[in-house]
Design a binder for this molecule. Sequence first.
Ligand code: XIL
Length: 343
Amino acid sequence: KPEGLRDVFKDNFLIGAALNVNQILEKDSVQSALIASEFNSVTPENVMKSMLIHPQKDTFNFEIPDKLVALAEKNDMHVQGHTLVWHSQLSPFFKEITDSTEMVEVLTNHINTIVGRYKGKIDAWDVVNEALNDDGTLRKTVFLDVLGEDYLSLVFKIAEKVDPNVELYYNDYSMTNPSKRAGAIKMIKRMQELGTKVNGIGMQGHWDLDTPSLEEIEKSIVDYADLGIKVAITELDVSVIPMPWDFTGADVNVKFESGDATMNPYPNKLPDSIQVKLANRYADIFKLFLKHQDKISRVTLWGVNDGESWKNDWPINGRTNYPLLFDRNNGKKKAYYSIVNLK
Ligand code: XIL
């Protein structure tokens, strides 16, 4: 009898979770046991982002990343490195570079040092994260500014050279949006034309109860797989905050007046009707993943339990959200059973 999600989906795809620092350090033994029995893949939620792992040109922080890798080894888990090249949570020194030779040198050192350290231990890297705008054009970042459009190929090639066996992914959000999808496909094709090894594409999967549509999710999985690469769902969570978001009087990430019911619709407990809606949404999504399991390498949830999800304070601070499979006491939600029951 299967015991956890990793057993339930063992013939289908890897099933993973993003781990925060407390989880990597195994601070809560109940949760550590749960992580070990439910998941066979881990992604660091933050600790391998440049700002944290490589805060200054000559300073690397490997202590907690090393612990993540050890935890994965102990529990026989896939490790997804996240992420090498990203404009956000970016170390300040990158932003000061204006010269292309210097940028290549600094990126080479960054990638060689990090990928090199975990050679043979990290299975796959999100080499580049969020390089695209929603309209499919390349996002304006210091990397694009200094190196030009083919910087993606450049950094993928550096990573491949350090560890020829590690899998290399491009990762982004809104990958189901038709214009962004077209841009992603064009971008991957360009890399392939340049002889760049790309193993897969990561669709983050920060989704809502009603959007994106199942049709767009399915079309995206199929179209990306048609590039001859794997598709991973890398950061799945389903926000239950109703759309459209009412930003009246509030800026993104600006705290709004407390007690505003329309801004924080479920502050204490998720109503049963929404629990059921969430469970159905998870079931629908996983049905699609199972249908396309030949194309899907991994499905990773962006967190373990609702209490720790970044979606609690997103898109604005102070919101309580319920986007994951385990509740605030690590109990299995209806959404958990809804995906297990598909099998
Ligand atoms: C988020 C983390 O979950 C938060 O803890 C952090 O404050 C901000 O970043 N896309 C990504 C992830 O690729 O790295 C982001 O993670 C969520 C959006």
